[in-house]
Design a protein. Structure first.
Length: 216
């Protein structure tokens, strides 16, 4: 009866593979290149991970899981708009460390693989949908209507992903950080405008009810 892969050894190998890929390409990865880089046999990699496609899935799950850990460590709380934005800014700052930028580069590369392969498991896409849903829920909690919350969450996520890609491609972190600060200020202004419009409508609606009651 064949032995089952040791989960502890498998996790050790996965960590080493991710470290190697921080300076290499996911597209050019093979069991042979990994075996040579890690000083292990190709048999060991096949034994623990199966096929290359299965290994890629394990890598992508680990990368997206680390991004979620980063979000969990710096949650944009909804106690107030300011606390929400402070959490968002804290997440951004941590995401721009050298290591996290390299992890994001791998995630972007994995997303492109998913986009080109209709049979791949949509790991990155599912994670992005989860992030967008959480951001939408937070904005609803902060007082926005459902449609406005979905729209603003989508716009801000697109801006953040675009700026993260910019940082990966250029390495110009100071400029990208300035762009993020500007985007966050504009985001704040839009959210405040939405909330002000809602408050104005509620005031007008309440005033109309009062006038109608007085007329009776």
């Amino acid at each position: 009866m064949p032995r089952r892969p040791d989960p502890n050894r498998k996790q050790e190998l996965l960590e080493q593979i991710i470290e190697y890929l921080l300076g290499s390409s996911l597209a050019g990865m093979t069991f042979r290149t990994l075996a040579d880089a890690l000083g292990v046999s190709t048999y060991s990699l096949v034994y623990h991970f199966g096929t290359r496609a299965e290994l890629v899935q394990e890598i992508v799950r680990a990368i997206t899981g680390r991004q979620q850990e980063l979000l969990d460590a710096h949650p944009p709380t909804t106690a107030s708009l300011e606390s929400y934005l402070e959490g968002f800014a804290s997440y951004w700052q941590q995401s721009q460390s050298e290591r996290n930028r390299r992890l994001r580069r791998l995630e972007i590369e994995a997303a492109m693989v998913e986009a080109l392969d209709p049979e791949s498991i949509p790991i990155v896409r599912t994670a992005n949908e989860s992030y967008r849903a959480a951001a939408t829920e937070s904005l609803v909690t902060l007082g926005l209507g459902d449609e406005d919350a979905r729209r603003e969450a989508g716009v801000m996520m697109a801006l953040v992903y675009g700026m993260q890609l910019d940082a990966v491609l250029t390495g110009e972190t100071e400029r990208v950080n300035e762009n993020f600060a500007l985007a966050l200020d504009q985001f704040r202004a839009r959210i405040e405008a939405h909330r002000a419009a809602i408050a104005a409508r509620e005031t007008t609606s309440g005033s109309g009810v009062s006038k109608a009651a007085a007329a009776r």
